[in-house]
Design a protein around this ligand. Structure first.
Ligand code: ADP
Ligand code: ZN
Length: 622
């Protein structure tokens, strides 16, 4: 490490540059450690405030003469906005990626080599190029290579849900520049992934900071699939009319169909998936970031690095692969700290599909075992009758109390004892096997249990089985719930193209009546009214803010109109200029002087200088 230099105090940088009054959670400790040249691995939920953890040290170290921080980030499409946000705050930053012309790139390289940039964003593949490595070496020799920040660090691990092979070469940084401090950040890492990140990035000496994974402003809702598209539409229309949201679907086809269907229903929905023409995809992403109230229907290809703060809901029409994926995707809602909802519709077919995808993947048996375990944890969350958040947090190793802001806390579900029903289902599967060795799928099993006279039943003579019609007293929906649970618990396994069912060793205990099974009572698809919305935090929509008095609401609208203009001129998303929370605060407080204006959270020195007079004019015009 270069000789100790005097660093500016981080909290002053937070206040001056970003206009925030205090660090959140562990930010202060992380920033101090990294500014002083320590290595760090940071685990913080999406929306927790990871960016400041490396941006503030980068600025502090730059001001102390340490030079440039290199930020490794996998998403070149978003670097432009990230850098734009820093430049708006008066921080000299730039990115290097393949979208630039040679002249542009060379101009930036000159700035970098002169050590003038505070932050340089680059994709991981660039770090492998001899040209870039030579430039870093030159910086390093002159004591101007300040810090490496590795964003989305879980991409280095194949246990994570987003493995990228280019990340593997990042261990090179430590080998080439062992004395340059590094900070790696991620929003998702269970124990296996965390250990893997430490290993692969050689962060054994790094201090590990784990922030609480709780996102109290997000309300978790998981509903049983009935008519999923209509359920989704009702959810959006009733609770999120005109608001920005993301709808995740598994397949490209379903993405397109769902987006089209929502559009026909009058929702501003756009599609996004990796199979689309890249121009169209970029245009859709751009509109989502820049316009108000767009619903993005997407595969999981969409979302990483999307910093849009006012996404009010994330909906899943298909089950994610595991809790890490679910948590990261839902975490994209409500980064601004305002009330937001994570909604998922889930059914038996989801369980069967996810199992099949694991079974049929070309991976090793060990890998599949891990994936199955992860899926099981997610299924248990979906079937849970107790607090969802408590389970989510427990998965990440955190103890907590029931939250009061999830569906189960708000409307505790009725349960019924399904132990007997489970035994019926298991013995029916067993009878199939005895009776000719055939295996069948869930649909046929339920038909037999309920005593339904179908062609298939007669073809196999199943009306003569002792289990025929023994479960006629239960609805099809109840049977599906029983099967979901049996599959989720691993007592029943699904196999092959037709997802036929067979018994696992553990089914024995259930058959003997040693295992009790409590299931949630199927809920009527009727929606809760808006009145049940009583969770933490106030609710503000993009359209109208109920917390604002009418005159403040008018000021808010004028401020947003002004912001839209500025954002267009600068070619940046509106929230990069000022976030809604900041504008709402201005509208509420109605500052009359620059000094009063500077006291509002989110107004840093550079923005005050650039926009202060304009803002006072806009505020006074009312
Ligand atoms: P992450 O990268 O962890 O998902 P971000 O860095 O995008 O989260 O931060 C989420 C939001 O929280 C951003 O809008 C950011 O401006 C805001 N934020 C972060 N730290 C603070 C803080 N100390 N005070 C006020 N706002 C903050
Ligand atoms: Zn809860």
């Amino acid at each position: 490490m270069s000789p100790p230099k005097h660093h500016p105090v981080p909290i002053h940088i937070l206040q001056e540059v970003f206009g925030y009054s205090a660090f959140r959670g562990q930010q202060a400790a992380i920033v101090e450690h990294v500014t002083d040249g320590g290595d760090a691995l940071v685990l913080m939920p999406t929306g927790g405030g990871k960016s400041l953890c490396y941006q503030v040290p980068a600025i502090a170290r730059q001001r102390a003469g340490h030079g440039v921080t290199v930020v490794v980030s996998p998403l070149i499409a978003l670097m432009h906005d990230q850098v734009g946000a820093l430049e708006e705050a008066g921080v000299h930053a730039a990115f290097l990626n393949s979208t630039q012309s040679l002249e542009e790139a060379q101009a930036i390289e000159r700035e970098m080599l002169a050590g003038r940039l505070s932050l340089l964003y680059a994709a991981p593949e660039r770090l492998n190029t001899p040209r870039f490595l030579a430039q870093l070496t030159s910086l390093h020799e002159r004591g101007l290579l300040s810090l490496f920040a590795i964003d989305e660090a879980h991409c280095v691990s194949q246990w994570g849900h987003d493995f990228r092979s280019e990340y593997l070469s990042l261990s090179l940084l430590h080998e080439r520049f062992p004395d340059v401090p590094r900070i790696a950040l991620t929003a998702t890492a269970d124990d296996i992934t965390r250990a893997d990140i430490i290993d692969r990035l050689q962060l054994h000496e790094a201090r590990v900071f784990i922030d609480s994974f709780d996102r109290p402003n997000i309300r978790y809702l998981i509903v049983e699939k009935d008519k999923p598209r209509e359920q989704l539409l009702r959810f959006i229309q009733d609770d999120h009319d005109g608001e920005a949201g993301v709808v995740y679907c598994q397949s490209r086809k379903k993405v397109e169909e769902t987006a089209e269907w929502l559009r026909a229903e009058g929702i501003s929905a756009l599609a996004y998936h990796a199979g689309m023409d890249s121009d169209v995809r970029m245009r859709h992403q751009d509109r989502f970031l820049r316009e108000d109230g767009i619903v993005m229907v997407a595969t999981v290809a969409f979302g990483m690095g999307i910093d849009k703060p006012d996404v009010r809901f994330v909906a899943h029409l298909d089950l994610p692969k595991n809790i890490e994926g679910y948590y990261q995707e839902t975490g994209r809602a409500g980064r601004d700290g305002e009330a937001a909802e994570a909604w998922m519709a889930y059914g038996l077919a989801d369980v069967v599909n996810q199992r099949r995808m694991i079974d049929e993947s070309p991976s090793t048996e060990e890998f599949k075992q891990v994936q199955r375990g992860k899926l099981d944890a997610l299924l248990a969350l979906a079937e849970a009758t107790d607090c969802r958040r408590q389970r989510l947090l427990a998965y990440f190793g955190e103890d907590s109390e029931p939250c009061g802001n999830c569906d189960n806390c708000l409307n505790p579900p009725a349960t019924w004892d399904a132990t007997e029903a489970a035994r019926m289902a298991l013995s029916c599967i067993y009878r199939f096997r005895q009776n000719g060795g055939q295996r069948f799928g869930a649909g046929h099993l339920i038909d037999v249990l309920r005593g339904k006279d179908t062609e298939k039943v007669r073809q196999y003579g199943h009306q003569h089985l002792s289990t025929w019609a023994i479960g006629a007293h239960l609805s099809e929906q109840q049977w599906r719930a029983v099967l979901r649970q049996l599959i989720a618990l691993g007592h029943v396994v699904t196999e092959g193209e037709f997802s036929t069912l067979s018994l696992n060793e553990s089914a024995r205990g259930v058959l003997k009546g040693e295992v009790e099974l409590l299931l949630r009572q199927p809920t009527a698809p009727a929606r809760k009214g808006k009145t049940s919305r009583s969770g933490t935090g106030s609710r503000r929509t993009a359209l109208a803010d109920p917390d604002l008095a009418p005159d403040a609401q008018q000021r808010f609208e004028s401020l947003k109109a002004w912001r839209a203009e500025v954002a267009r001129e600068h070619g940046l998303p509106a929230y990069v200029i000022f976030q809604n929370v900041t504008l709402a605060e201005m509208a509420r407080q109605h500052p009359r002087t620059l000094d009063e204006l500077s006291g509002i959270s989110g107004v840093g020195a550079k923005k005050l200088e650039a926009y202060g007079e304009d803002l006072l004019r806009v505020l006074d015009a009312r």
